[in-house]
Design a protein around this ligand. Structure first.
Ligand code: ASP
Length: 331
């Protein structure tokens, strides 16, 4: 975009996870459920942004909606660890100040993204983990839920399949299960992962990024992926761009994917799409990693790039209606 051509004043890009998502695998009903969910979240974000809401508020509100939606691997609907628990990771970053907050392995907070934001705003730290993060969440008065709140039958079934294939013992179900199948058969199993993420440019010219996930099915030993690692799965700077990732986190950590994309924009002057493709289509693919990213820049450029068969994604900007995509062959 030339300097004379002003970009949109605000923009939002959303993802709901990447993985094996092929047209023939999704029923018409499932496809509609995901498209509707992605549209609803993006429209909500667009409404907030057009009303002048700050980037961080929009990240928290939109990711909060997805954490409540059992279709996605974040909050309710998260995948299980090998011990039959939901250990949730989330991160948020403010591109204006470079402040960031992240949590790993939290088990009781309904909205991990809100907890990540509190780590950023109400603690001197960037990242809290496990029982300490759960305790901080209670102290902050964030909504706490029973472990069974996060339960969905299809994620439990996926765990059993994983444990049997890996000859691991099957644990007891979590306590306090509210509903066996809140997604009512609409959810699609996109592999052993998934994640949600949002990046926005607000009308004050600030970018921000947020990511929330249950991680990967059957994870063990306190495994943490890229989502809450600042620079890997989540990064934002007004000097370059904001990025949220999804995919097999180990590769994203090794490549510092989110920060690498921002560095290519900042130091090599690449367009956002070219930088995203360089890291996902070349670097990640060469390493045999799988997944994708969404990104937005302070001048209103938006991008997504993934090397899986699908990624739930949507975007909107001032003067540009919501576009939703799932499969590779969609623009
Ligand atoms: N990146 C997440 C993780 O590795 C999972 C995903 O996005 O699918 O924890």
């Amino acid at each position: 975009m030339s300097a004379a051509e002003a970009g949109p004043r605000w923009a939002i890009v959303v993802h709901g996870g990447a993985g094996v998502i092929e047209r023939q695998q999704l029923t018409a009903e499932q496809e509609r459920a995901y498209r509707d969910a992605m549209r609803k979240v993006t429209e909500h974000g667009a409404k907030l942004l057009s009303a002048g809401k700050p980037a961080l508020d929009v990240i928290e509100a939109t990711i909060g909606l997805m954490e409540d939606d059992p279709l996605f691997n974040a909050g309710r609907g998260a995948v299980f660890t090998a011990q039959g628990r939901n250990e949730l990771d989330a991160a948020i970053m403010d591109g204006e100040t470079l402040k960031a907050g992240a949590v790993a392995g939290v088990t009781r907070t309904r909205h991990p993204i809100s907890l990540a934001r509190r780590v950023m705003s109400a603690s001197p730290h960037v990242m809290l983990m496990s029982t300490g993060a759960d305790e901080f969440s209670r102290q902050q008065g964030l909504e706490q839920v029973e472990p069974g709140y996060f339960y969905t039958q299809r994620r439990w079934d996926a765990l059993i399949k994983y444990l049997e294939a890996n000859k691991l013992p099957v644990p007891a179900k979590p306590t306090g299960i509210q509903s066996e199948d809140p997604a009512k058969g609409l959810a699609h199993d996109e592999g052993k992962q998934g994640t949600v993420g949002v990046v926005v440019l607000d009308s004050s010219g600030n970018v921000a990024a947020g990511t929330s996930t249950g991680g990967t099915t059957g994870k063990r030993w306190g495994r943490v992926g890229d989502s809450p690692i600042i620079g890997a799965g989540t990064y934002a700077s007004n000097r370059s761009c904001a990025v949220s990732a999804t995919g097999t986190g180990e590769y994203f950590i090794r490549l510092s994917v989110a920060h690498e994309i921002c560095s290519l924009v900042r130091y090599r002057g690449m367009s956002l799409q070219a930088a995203a493709d360089e890291v996902i289509q070349k670097q990640l693919t060469q390493l045999k990693g799988d997944g994708g990213i969404i990104a937005v820049a302070p001048d209103g450029q938006m991008a997504w790039s993934f090397n899986t068969s699908g990624m739930y994604r949507a975007r909107a900007a001032e003067g540009q209606p919501v576009t939703v995509g799932i499969f590779k062959d969609e623009s």
